[in-house]
Design a protein around this ligand. Sequence first.
Ligand SMILES: Nc1ncnc2c1ncn2[C@@H]1O[C@H](COP(=O)(O)OP(=O)(O)O)[C@@H](O)[C@H]1O
Ligand SMILES: [Mg+2]
Length: 244
Amino acid sequence: MLKVENLTAGYGNNIILEDISFSIENGERFVVLGESGCGKSTLMKAIVGLNPPISGNVFFKDNEIIHPLPENTTFYKEIGILYQSSALMTSLTLEENVMLPINMHYPDFPLKNAKDIACEKLAMVNLYQHRDKYPQELSGGMKKRGALARALVMDPDIIFFDEPQAGLDPVTARDLDMLFIKLNEQLKTTYFIVTHELLSIKRSAQKVLMLADKKVLFFGTFEEAMQSDIYKVKRFFNVDKYGK
Ligand SMILES: Nc1ncnc2c1ncn2[C@@H]1O[C@H](COP(=O)(O)OP(=O)(O)O)[C@@H](O)[C@H]1O
Ligand SMILES: [Mg+2]
């Protein structure tokens, strides 16, 4: 689904990530983890082109993604992004927010059909009955689910999540993880999840990429990560046992 080769990324002269390589299989729940500030969001922004890589190659479904993306790129029609802040537009209802990507990418798409698709996605995240509400009227967890419905609206092949549980209480965070997992199994959409939430990683990760010191410290299955001998990996997964 996605292959990254020798990617270097940063801001101006400030290199944040160096020579990052990994691949993500179809339908996989892939988690990028590591300490705060290690470059997780930078990696995601480089791949989706919000802050294009300095060097390296990104392949999406076997085609190379050339950054910066041309204006007529179809890439954004095929991916979904769920931002940390949910980023719902406050002047639009939930339903209008979910329809937004369709209106943007297919301006001639019939309104009735776009509404039907938005309602179908809202039902998937259990928000159909709240479709006429504005973001301000929704709880933190509901906003995240609304943002998920919007990310799903174009039936993307892959969804990028940046710290999806940020700011949620533990119970809401768990419910959200369970919904993510259920939809991943149902729709077979590939997930690229950036997070440092240990519980969430334990619940949802199938493949793990750990970043440290600008590099890939670990790349493998979740089970392999749990058995890793690398000190920082051990420390991350078992803070109590291995101390600070
Ligand atoms: N827009 C930006 N401009 C300059 N530096 C940035 C920007 N965004 C992040 N950084 C820096 O890049 C580093 C990695 O940040 P980030 O990718 O957000 O880390 P993480 O998501 O792992 O917490 C940090 O040192 C941060 O200060
Ligand atoms: Mg981040």
